[in-house]
Ligand binder design. Structure first.
Ligand code: AHR
Length: 519
């Protein structure tokens, strides 16, 4: 119902993440695929080169040719039961079909990412630390991709999601040498601290300079200069994300890496040398971004003081505002040679990581990008968009600004709380979803809680006015997505709130699922 127009408020926007859809959009169907090549896999390569893996984590594939165990554990919301997801065969890809079957008609989170080495350095959901509250597990089906022609799932981190293994076995401590890599994504990142994989403190706290040695990926520029707009691979050595011994970048060619799949490496001899590299995980080799001395302009980094725990998705003290994607990663004892890193990169490229089958926009299939147009007679040029974190409707047209068109575009996801319904992820704020709170709709970062998941899940049905589609709230099933006074609510057909008025209710809750304003 259009009663009055709202004053336009100051808008805060992040840069458009142009390639996000290339990675995240996709049909949720398995593809026929080949078994993983019998040749050596990353930990076989590192082991042969004298730098054994002391941790190997992946939700997509085995990282040893002989590994035939479990990759990760999922827990489903309907009954809290858990299931281990393994590989199709030793040395092969994840058995995603087992996950799909176990999680059908409910939702699952990843509760454990198993270590594939004999050390059992498994990653479990990280509890509270000094800099952040307890984390949630990542949604198990939020990042469908293909690897070796198979549908598999990456781990998609929103804020307040992270994993840790405290006092891990065999991981470098007190100046010992080590190496690591992870495959992440240049389409899903932010500037909050700290999307890390690597060596952290035993307490979930900042215990001082040099007590961490982890790969960071994102746009948090800790020391100037940072060249270009990122995201950059950096070394999180605690109390700083380093691009060189002087902190900031010494490499004008390193403007960041926005490839859909990014290989990021870090090695550190624990005494006076570190180096990091990145490259596309889909083709080509690695570019060395820095190779040289450890920082000495501040104390504590040369030599290092690592504590030998492992983190994924947060900073050492559980700073957990960051977002990111993770497909695989390992840590080694000893500094890997450039030759070993190149062989590992070649193996990663051979996997053929890719987005799942493209999904046509304008539909409610998961992965599709859409815009949602009001059908009420006086509002048919208005679309659901976010503005200042609020969900509203506004007039959007071909001549609207890129920001307005992007704000009015959503990516359909399987329902965060029930995968037979849908959720709507912001096109230009990856990891943020449309959710209700006190019956009003907002764009907010997915925090992984059961409440958020339910508040962000909507079940489509035929439009209540006879046209289009209506979206029932999962946790308030008599309430539907409605525009009222240009603001979005979940509203019942008559009820205690002004926005529940029966006048125009059927039209106001009926939406045209349309082609996206932004591709
Ligand atoms: O070094 C950057 C961050 O600083 C670490 O990850 C965190 O422990 C601290 O807040």
């Amino acid at each position: 119902m259009l009663l009055r127009s709202r004053s336009r408020r100051l808008r805060k926007t992040l840069p458009l993440i142009g390639a996000a859809v290339a990675l995240t959009a996709g049909a949720l169907v398995g593809l026929p695929g080949a078994a993983q090549a019998a040749g050596p896999l990353p930990c076989d390569i590192y082991g042969s080169a004298g730098t054994q893996c002391v941790a190997a984590h992946s939700t997509t594939r085995a990282l040893f040719a002989a590994y035939g165990g479990n990759l990760y554990q999922v827990r489903r919301a309907s009954d809290n039961a858990t299931a281990n997801i393994g590989v199709l065969a030793a040395g092969d890809y994840a058995n995603a079909a087992a996950q799909d079957s176990f999680c059908a008609n409910t939702s699952c989170v990843i509760t454990i990412i198993y270590d594939q080495t004999a050390r059992h350095n498994d990653l479990t959901i990280e509890p509270a630390g000094t800099a952040g509250p307890a984390n949630s597990g990542v949604p198990a089906d939020a990042l469908p991709v293909t690897a070796g022609g198979h549908l598999v799932y990456g781990a998609s981190f929103s804020g307040r999601m992270g994993y840790r293994h405290r006092a891990a076995s065999g991981v470098a401590v007190n100046g010992q040498p080590e190496g690591m890599y992870m495959v992440t994504s240049g389409t899903h990142f932010n500037s909050a601290c700290c999307f890390d994989y690597g060596n952290v403190e035993v307490p979930i706290a900042d215990t001082g300079n040099g007590h961490m040695d982890a790969i960071y990926f994102g746009t948090l520029c800790w020391f100037a200069p940072c060249n270009g707009s990122g995201p950059w691979v950096m070394a999180d050595l605690e109390n700083g994300l380093f691009q060189s011994n002087t902190g900031g970048s010494q490499n004008t060619a390193n403007t960041g890496n926005r490839a859909p799949f990014v290989t990021a490496t870090l090695k550190n001899n624990g005494q006076n040398f570190f180096a990091f590299k990145d490259g596309s995980a889909q083709s080509g080799g690695l570019a060395t971004r820095y190779s040289g001395a450890l920082p000495t302009f501040r104390p504590g980094y040369s030599p290092m003081h690592q504590e030998g725990s492992i983190v994924l998705g947060t900073g050492g003290d559980n700073s957990n505002g960051s977002i990111g994607s993770f497909f695989e990663g390992v840590m080694t004892a000893g500094v890997p040679s450039d030759a070993a890193e190149n062989s590992v990169q070649a193996n990663i490229v051979s996997v053929g990581y890719g987005g799942p089958s493209p999904v046509a926009g304008g539909t409610l299939n998961p992965g599709s990008t859409i815009s949602l147009r009001a059908t009420t007679a006086n509002s048919t040029t208005r679309y659901i968009r976010h503005q200042n974190n609020n969900a509203i409707t506004s007039v959007v047209a071909a001549g609207s600004s890129a920001v307005d068109r992007s704000d009015a575009t959503w990516i359909v996801r399987r329902g965060l709380a029930n995968n037979s319904c849908v959720s709507f992820e912001s096109r230009n704020f990856p990891g943020d979803f449309l959710r209700h709170s006190n019956f009003q709709l907002f764009r907010q970062p997915m925090d992984g809680t059961a409440l958020f998941r339910s508040d962000a899940t909507f079940c489509p049905q035929a439009g209540r006015s006879g046209q289009g589609t209506s979206f029932a709230s999962l946790n308030f099933p008599t309430r539907f997505l409605r525009h009222f006074n240009n603001t979005l609510f979940i509203a019942s057909n008559g009820g205690p709130n002004t926005f529940d008025t029966a006048t125009s209710w059927a039209a106001d809750v009926s939406w045209a699922v349309s082609s996206p304003w932004t591709a």
